[in-house]
Design a binder for this molecule. Structure first.
Ligand code: ADP
Length: 356
């Protein structure tokens, strides 16, 4: 008896993407399944040209399918899908074609939580907005807050309203010329974090497909902390132009940041650079710097990844207050030294994107 598509699908759910705990079906990598008596043809799409991944995938798929009665022949056709550009409309069932009006999409990632990733994302977005406004392109930045464990972007940018739905699309909220959509605006804050875990991928697809972003120059994607599945889900869904890695100088953060960054390399997303946060505390009166979280962690991560250290942000009471009050320091004190650092980093990232 010929095996059914449902049975094949079930078997393929046992095949994990190499290096990840998720299976290839849930990542949406299997594009077509054809069955002809005892032979099965599969079309698989991946985003990495690393042949060890495709070889391992093919081996694992064959092993599982050929163990099954009624299957004697397995053909696996693995295609490489480019992860970037916004003008490349792919046949992906996910959100890629919905993001056509967005010029650049960049991810902000950290291995560990609490290193200041969201604070950075918000200030970076406001800095981009200021720079682009000067070039006559105001209101062209968005933030997609995918940090389901701590969706703090709305608070940091002073938004607490519920988004409206129009023509079946979620309308992003806006403040300081930056459009925002966040899990924090949609999820009941009492939902336990363990239940949110499985929602990461769905959320990212929703945010990419069902949000009326409109025309944007840059979409900043604030990723959940971590080094695994969420990053891969994201690149399967959104065509990323690059990722920025945030770390504090201490090794507890740099080690995980490195692992997180390697995930992007695996799926061919360029690392645009590293930002070191909470680099030092400067005493206003004496100008003396104290390296509370250690020194030089950011540069080490950048060297390891053969990328640039984009900047060092000090530990600053005004940055923290800005986040807590919903007015990022780039908006409240654009001439302050931390704001100047954010603006310089934003300017450098713009140049890197424009040169790519
Ligand atoms: P993450 O997104 O990595 O979890 P957050 O951006 O939420 O981290 O920052 C964690 C806490 O640290 C917040 O209270 C934030 O206000 C504070 N913070 C972040 N960066 C700085 C900084 N450079 N100086 C002072 N406080 C900071």
């Amino acid at each position: 008896m010929q095996i059914s598509k449902e049975e094949i699908t079930k078997l393929l759910r046992e095949v994990k993407y190499p290096g990840f705990s998720r299976d290839i079906m849930s990542f949406g990598l299997v594009r077509n399944i054809e069955i002809d008596r005892d032979s099965v043809n599969l079309d698989i799409t991946i985003t990495t040209s690393d042949t060890t991944i495709s070889d391992k995938l093919e081996k694992d798929i064959r092993e599982i399918l050929l163990k099954t009665a009624n299957i004697n022949k397995v053909n696996v056709d693995i295609k490489l899908e480019k992860t970037r550009t916004s003008s490349t409309v792919t046949d992906s069932t996910a959100g890629k074609d919905k993001l056509q009006n967005i010029r650049y999409t960049i991810a902000v990632a950290s291995g560990k939580g609490g290193v200041g990733k969201s604070t950075f994302s918000v200030n970076l977005a406001c800095a981009f907005e200021q720079l682009l406004a000067k070039a006559g392109k105001s209101n062209s930045i968005g933030i997609m807050d995918c940090d389901i464990y701590g969706p703090s972007v709305p608070l940091m940018i002073g938004i607490a309203d519920q988004p409206e739905i129009e023509n079946n699309l979620i309308k992003p909220l806006e403040n300081f010329g930056v459009r925002i959509i966040s899990m924090g605006l949609l999820v009941d804050q009492n939902t336990p974090v363990v239940w949110r875990g499985p929602m990461v991928n769905k959320t990212i697809v929703q945010f990419a497909q069902n949000v009326a972003w409109g025309e944007l120059e840059i979409l900043v994607v604030d990723l959940p902390p971590g080094t695994g599945d969420a990053q891969l889900s994201l690149v399967q869904t959104v065509p990323l132009d690059g990722a920025i890695i945030i770390t504090t100088p201490q090794s507890a953060s740099t080690n995980v940041a490195l692992r997180g960054a390697m995930m992007f390399e695996k799926v061919n997303v360029p690392i645009l650079g590293v930002v070191e946060n909470m680099s030092y505390f400067e005493d206003i009166e004496s100008g003396k710097r104290s390296y509370i979280f250690g020194k030089d962690g950011g540069i080490k991560v950048a060297q390891n990844l053969q990328t640039k250290l984009l900047g060092q942000i000090p530990l600053s009471q005004s940055i923290r207050e800005g986040s807590d009050n919903g007015i990022p320091i780039v908006i409240s004190s654009p001439k302050s030294s931390p704001a100047i650092s954010y603006l310089k980093i934003a300017n450098d990232i713009l140049s890197i994107l424009q040169k790519a």
